[in-house]
Design a protein around this ligand. Structure first.
Ligand code: GLC
Length: 734
């Protein structure tokens, strides 16, 4: 169906009265608004849309589909127009569908994965990436994105750390705000190039025991509020329209049936009155969790907990009406859920124009356009982290380079949740490096091994190009399916065949740089010592090859800083910078040699700490100064330091301010990030950096959950990573 015969409805003036509309709805029509189904349930989508197909799987009727409220996984302007038009022809009251999809780090222009974006520490660019993702999604007919994912993560065994921005609550909250602002702007109704955001997964999904996906989460309220909740709250403070429940339990009750979490905290304490959607199947999973005997009880518990939309199961549709008839569910709860859903449809203008920004013509012009790809390249450059460099980088263009490894010529650089992003259209590392070397030397390329398998021929081909080269660039990593949902790994090393390849090439005695394409902090045994340089590229997205080549050849200077610790080994996990000191810390003045908190066989420190990252510049810090050694509730203190670039190239340093409360009412982390500055310095240039620290920034959750500061001794630290230890002592007087 082409676009010319599509007549967009004129914007009518009749502003729908949602409450009056609800009064016209039957109970079944109301309940049908609460189900979310995937694309194959709907007619009109090209290549999909077999209503008669999957409805039996959920035991629902066509009538239910015609009265359903929202669709999961729509993408494509013409499909959306077709599905919406068909739907409206069936829907008695003309209530349009909400089109939702997982636009997490790009729609078709794919940005680095969120764990990489986190390492940019660049909120403006993070916001810009969400704005572009929203624009491409909106013109393609999407109304709501299931993002940002803001789960705090400490366990790299968990496959979904790739979707998060790291282990720090303050930084995660900054990114959460930036993403929501980028997706929604502050005028979602009139800015049709934006989409509604849905912060997820509420709550504390990242704390799954052993990093095993969907596993038990058991945290104190205090831990939740201190570490895991701030980033969700930041999203809501930025006006995020929706919240998605998480699969896990929280203190023994699955989040999706947890009234304490959803009604008491989210709705009453935080005042959130937007839509609460379950994760895929999470309502029916209350049965497997063991808090519901059947789908009827699952529906009862979820609606009582405040879940408005049931994603991809039919407990609500098949049981709520009888629960109402039996007076076990108050119909007011259903009306409240329908009101939230219809209010968002109204806010998005769908009653006036059910196609909103869907436009097949504009879609061709906007999606994957050069301007968007330029931003993707810039963010990818800023998201990579230089982990090691013993003089080998940047590369010169007159050396014979052998590019070897399973990621040398791979499009698998987009990472999980890359929506309509195409691996075939992603710039590979060989393309990026060839673009740098054209007119210079010829790049020799060999795979050397697969991701998890290897052949003798692959090795022989790699050996041949390596013997003929001055320098080896090894492109290694995890297949993107080894990250993301349901991709937890007990062994977080590179696959064995890749470690073997490193060893064999190392024996040739040539300079070797390793570029890593992966979605989690890895155990770098067999990599870190062997490589002369290591660039952590994560999954850099559509412009991967250009961004990595920009950095390898020094056209760009690495500036990424880790937001999740790289453990010494998986046995050290969880390891994170903002940990508690314990009563027997290693290295304390009176510490014994043995009876302290330690492992017998590995150090306590991670291999690479939070905030760490190298540069081609050489940054030096002066001694930091305090404006005073006492702070009061009305008199903050200022901390200043001078950063100098003693290197020969311009670079960006991220100056980080940490604080430690030396005596809390509860134990306090040995460091907490309170502020940071990204500062660009020319060679030889210096900059005076000043932070203001206030009493409000010293507040924390006490054992009774009051959020306040205590008078007493504090220590501040300013430096290039969380391993800074120069103490700046001050007191808070109250
Ligand atoms: C998945 C994910 C969630 C995603 C949803 C819809 O199971 O947990 O992050 O948004 O289903 O695809």
């Amino acid at each position: 169906m082409s676009n010319e015969n599509h007549q967009f409805p004129d914007k009518t003036n009749n502003r729908v009265n949602v409450k009056e509309l609800i009064e016209q709805m039957t109970l079944d029509e109301k309940i049908a608004q609460l189900i979310q189904l995937a694309v194959p349930f709907y007619e009109g989508a090209v290549g999909e849309g077999l209503i008669t197909g999957p409805i039996d799987s959920l035991g629902i009727t066509e009538e239910t589909v015609h009265n359903s409220g929202s669709v999961l996984g729509m993408a494509g302007a013409q499909d959306v127009i077709n599905v919406q038009r068909t739907h409206l022809s069936h829907n008695r009251l003309g209530i349009p569908l909400l089109m939702m999809a997982d636009i997490v780090h790009g729609f078709k222009t794919i940005f680095p994965v969120p764990l990489a974006i986190g390492c940019s520490w660049d909120m403006d660019l993070a916001e810009k990436s969400a704005e572009i993702a929203a624009k491409e999604a909106s013109v393609s007919g999407v109304h709501v994105t299931y993002a940002p994912m803001v789960d705090l993560v400490r366990d790299p065994r968990w496959g979904r750390v790739v979707e998060a921005t790291g282990e720090d609550p303050y930084l995660n909250a900054q990114f959460s705000r930036a993403f929501v602002k980028g997706f929604q702007s502050d005028d979602l109704t009139n800015n049709l190039d934006r989409v509604a955001a849905c912060v997820k997964h509420f709550a504390a999904y990242g704390a799954a025991e052993a990093g095993r996906d969907y596993n038990t989460v058991d945290l104190s309220d205090r831990q939740m509020r201190e570490f895991y909740l701030p980033a969700y709250k930041a999203a809501l403070d930025e006006g995020c329209e929706m919240v998605m429940t998480s699969f896990n339990t929280v203190d023994g009750i699955p989040a999706t049936g947890n009234s304490k979490l959803m009604r008491k905290l989210l709705r009453e304490e935080w005042g959130f009155d937007g839509i609460l959607i379950s994760d895929w199947g999470a309502v029916r999973e209350l049965i497997a969790h063991g808090i519901a005997a059947d789908e009827s009880e699952a529906a009862l518990k979820a609606i009582n907990a405040g879940v408005d939309i049931e994603m991809m199961t039919s407990c609500y549709v098949n049981h709520l009406s009888e629960l109402v008839e039996r007076n076990e569910v108050d119909v007011a709860l259903i009306d409240e859920a329908v009101l939230r859903i219809l209010n968002l449809k109204k806010k998005l203008g769908l009653f006036e124009n059910p196609y909103r920004a869907a436009d097949p013509i504009r879609e061709q012009e906007i999606v994957f356009c050069e301007d968007h790809l330029k931003v993707a390249r810039s963010l990818a450059v800023k998201s990579c982290v230089l982990l090691k460099n013993e003089g080998m980088l940047p590369l010169t263009r007159n050396q014979r380079i052998a590019l070897i490894g399973p990621f040398a010529n791979s499009g698998d650089v987009l990472g999980p949740w890359s929506w309509t992003g195409s691996k075939d259209e992603a710039v590979t590392l060989v393309e990026g490096m060839n673009a740098k070397l054209s007119g210079y030397v010829t790049l020799s390329v060999a795979e050397g091994c697969g991701i998890e398998t290897a052949t003798e021929q692959q090795w022989q081909e790699a050996l041949a190009v390596a013997l003929d080269a001055d320098t080896i660039v090894l492109a290694l990593g995890e297949h993107s399916d080894m990250n993301g949902e349901a991709a937890s790994r007990s062994n977080i090393q590179l696959p064995h065949v890749q470690l073997e390849l490193i060893q064999k090439l190392k024996s040739l005695g040539k300079p070797m740089v390793v570029v890593l394409f992966n979605g989690r902090p890895l155990d770098l045994h067999g990599v870190y010592e062997e490589a002369d340089a290591i660039l952590e590229a994560w999954y850099p997205g559509s412009q991967a090859g250009h961004a990595v080549a920009d950095l390898l050849f020094g056209d760009e200077n690495p500036s990424g800083r880790l937001t999740m610790s790289f453990p010494y080994s998986v046995g050290q996990v969880p390891v994170y910078y903002n940990a508690y000191n314990t009563g027997r810390p290693q290295g304390a003045p009176d510490a014994q040699v043995r009876y302290v908190s330690q492992f017998l066989d590995i150090p306590n420190e991670p291999l690479l700490p939070f905030g760490f990252g190298l540069s081609y510049s050489k940054f030096e810090f002066s001694e930091a100064q305090l404006s005073a050694t006492t702070m009061t509730e009305t008199e903050p203190i200022k901390l200043s330091i001078t950063v100098s670039n003693k290197g020969s190239v311009t670079g960006v340093e991220t100056v980080q301010l940490y604080v430690r409360d030396m005596s809390g009412e509860v134990v306090r982390p040995v460091k907490e990030l309170k502020d940071f500055r990204r500062v660009e310095l020319q060679s030889g240039e210096s900059a005076d950096i000043e932070f203001t620290l206030t009493e409000q920034q010293l507040r924390y959750y006490h054992s009774d959950l009051t959020h306040e500061s205590d008078a007493g001794a504090f220590v501040a630290f300013i430096g290039p990573s969380s391993s800074v230890n120069t103490e700046l002592k001050f007191n808070l007087i109250k």
